[in-house]
Design a protein around this ligand. Structure first.
Ligand SMILES: *Cc1c(COP(=O)(O)O)cnc(C)c1O
Length: 328
């Protein structure tokens, strides 16, 4: 098995780690005796809910923006996102003094909208453009604005620099805790899991990488089974960061080569895991951020006796919504 034919390799992840040094947080790794006892495994949570802007997406966005030419930086960047990628691009653009246009669904969590606008404030040529996620095609809107304004489109997952940047989360985890037997990673479009799988393949080759999707939106599980990218309707799930209809043309071959399989969890299992993180580990984790942990905590997969890495992908959730979910 070689990664030579894949869209990214370990050198790309290592180069991203250099670019992110001193800019991204090296997020903490947390453990829980309760989780270890219940699962029979030794579990390491890589807590990207403590990353800048509250999710791992900062890694990929900053890595992609840092690689733009001076000319591209002057014209600015555009991104479409249901939330965290928006904030990640807006913050990275601000840090690198690049104008940004962010295309967001009109029903995106208010906290994510507000945070994105706050990162753009005082940056000339920067704005949020809203669209309807059930009737409009955000990719088409993004492409049109990119053409009209000469901006560089930064996709949320299907981009080599984005994937490589996301992989630095797993790289840090393995550097900090040593080799793993298994790594659980949530899957939306597959940027995070593909970068992490490339890092694990190089630095912990014995590790089995599992993706975790919402039950309502298991397009990657279907795609891996079918051997081709399967497109689904926008899934109705509380995991708003994983409401993707299809994975990417670049992420798919990486997942196919390096991801053992995809597990699914229900919204109820996500809520159970959110509650566990709040009560036991004192962490606010958004529903999508609970996907990977839920597979283990809710007993979807048995990893008894193994050293297991779990990526906790983000913590951005409107507090009223969070409170409502915890009461359900
Ligand atoms: C974007 C996102 C995901 C999904 O990541 P992909 O790279 O699209 O697979 C998972 N969790 C959170 C918190 C996210 O913001």
């Amino acid at each position: 098995m070689s990664t030579a034919s894949l869209p990214i390799d370990f050198a790309d992840v290592a180069a991203a780690a250099e670019r992110l040094r001193g800019v991204a947080h090296r997020t903490p790794v947390r453990t829980s005796r309760t989780v270890d006892e219940r699962s029979g495994a030794t579990v390491y949570f890589k807590c990207e809910n403590f990353q800048r802007m509250g999710a791992f997406k900062f890694r990929g966005a900053y890595n992609a923006l840092a690689r733009l030419t001076p000319g591209q930086r002057r014209m600015g960047v555009i991104a479409y996102s249901s939330g965290n990628h928006a904030q990640a691009v807006a913050l990275s653009a601000r840090l690198l003094q690049v104008p940004s246009v962010i295309v967001m669904p009109h029903d995106a969590p208010a906290s994510k909208l507000a945070a994105t606008r706050a990162y753009q404030s005082g940056m000339p040529g920067s704005e949020v453009v809203l669209y309807d996620r059930y009737s409009e095609d955000r990719e088409a809107i993004g492409r049109r604005i990119a053409e009209e304004r000469g901006m560089t489109l930064i996709p949320p997952f299907d981009h080599a620099d984005v994937m490589a940047g996301q992989g630095t989360a797993a790289l840090e985890l393995i550097e900090d805790v040593g080799a793993l037997d298994a790594l659980l990673v949530c899957v939306g479009g597959g940027g995070l899991v593909s970068g992490c799988a490339v890092a694990a393949f190089a630095r912990s080759p014995g590790a089995t990488v599992w993706g975790v999707e919402p039950e309502a939106g298991n397009d990657v599980q279907q795609s891996l089974a079918r051997g081709e990218i399967v497109r689904i309707e926008t899934p109705q799930t509380i995991a708003d960061g994983a409401q993707t209809q299809a994975c990417g043309r670049l992420t798919f071959p990486v997942m196919r080569a390096l991801v053992k399989g995809v597990l699914t969890v229900s919204d109820a299992q996500l809520v159970g895991t959110m509650r566990f993180f709040a009560e036991r580990m004192k962490m606010v984790v958004e529903p999508t951020g609970c996907l990977a942990a839920a597979a283990l905590i809710e007993g979807v997969i048995d990893l008894r006796g193994q050293r297991v890495g779990v990526i906790v992908s983000g913590g951005n959730v409107d507090l009223p919504r969070y409170a409502q979910l915890l009461q359900s």
